[in-house]
Design a protein around this ligand. Structure first.
Ligand SMILES: Nc1ncnc2c1ncn2[C@@H]1O[C@H](COP(=O)(O)OP(=O)(O)O)[C@@H](O)[C@H]1O
Ligand SMILES: [Mg+2]
Length: 248
């Protein structure tokens, strides 16, 4: 079976090498969590996969088609960032509907689709609210609805719950898992929380210290969660120390 997403020998240098050589494959419908020490290049990797940033070397293939920053491709890539990036002067419904405009969706359908996805993320009844009138968790729900509304081939999420308090974070983790089960989307989710990754991902990718490589790729298939969390904590501590040791 050809993978949905293929990351092949991707490397990225800024002033220093950030990503060394990273390769992994994602099957359609997988929920992949990317873990790694702060500053190891998780956001950079996600931006390369989303075609927002050019790779220095290597290849990203989505359904076999190369994704290259600045070049058009026929795929749809949804992105959710740590900040919701909603337009404050638009209602939640208009924020979601807006992204359908460039796709040529007729106005009436845009509203229908926006309502459907706001309903899916638990925001039915809040369509006409402005972002400033709802909680941070609700704004992040709207950002997820907006990313899903384009029916993305892959949904990229970069620490989407990083700005939420612990309670809301737990609620949103459960919610994103439910949304994934209901939509069957392929998700790539960056987090620095091991508990979060183990709680929601089907596949866990642990990156090493910068310049990052894949340290470990684990199928999260129900083996003892406690042991898995302990193992991953040990790994990330080693990588954090390695990264600190590498500093000039
Ligand atoms: N546009 C850029 N120019 C130069 N350096 C960058 C740029 N973006 C990120 N970096 C550097 O690349 C490294 C990895 O950053 P990032 O991908 O944000 O890591 P992570 O998301 O894992 O915390 C950091 O050292 C950061 O300073
Ligand atoms: Mg980051």
């Amino acid at each position: 079976m050809t993978p949905k997403l293929l990351v092949e020998d991707v490397a990225k240098d800024y002033l220093i090498p950030i990503i060394d050589r990273v390769s992994f494959a994602v099957a359609a419908g997988d929920f992949v969590c990317l873990l790694g020490p702060n500053g190891c290049g998780k956001t950079t990797l996600l931006r390369i996969i989303g075609g927002l940033e050019p790779a220095t070397r290597g290849l990203v293939l989505l359904d076999g088609e190369p994704i290259i920053a600045g070049r058009p491709h026929r795929h749809r890539i949804g992105v959710v960032f740590q900040e919701d990036r909603l337009l404050p002067w638009l209602t939640l419904e208009d924020n979601v509907a807006l992204v359908l405009k460039p796709l040529g969706t007729p106005a009436r359908e845009r509203v229908e689709i926006a309502r459907r996805y706001l309903g899916l993320v638990g925001l039915a009844g809040f369509e006409s609210y402005h972002p400033g009138r709802v909680s941070g968790g609700m704004r992040q729900r709207a950002a997820i609805a907006r990313a899903l509304a384009i029916e993305p081939d892959v949904l990229l999420m970069d620490e989407p719950f990083g700005a939420l308090d612990a309670q809301n974070r737990r609620i949103m983790q459960r919610e994103v898992r439910r949304i994934w089960e209901e939509t069957g989307r392929t998700i790539l989710f960056v987090t620095h929380s091991i508990e979060e990754a183990v709680g929601i991902g089907t596949t866990l990718v642990m990156l090493s210290a910068r310049p990052s490589r894949i340290r470990e790729l684990i199928r999260n298939d129900g083996r003892d969660r406690g042991t898995l969390i302990d193992d991953l904590n040990t790994m990330i501590m080693e990588e954090v120390e390695r990264q600190q040791g590498a500093r000039p």
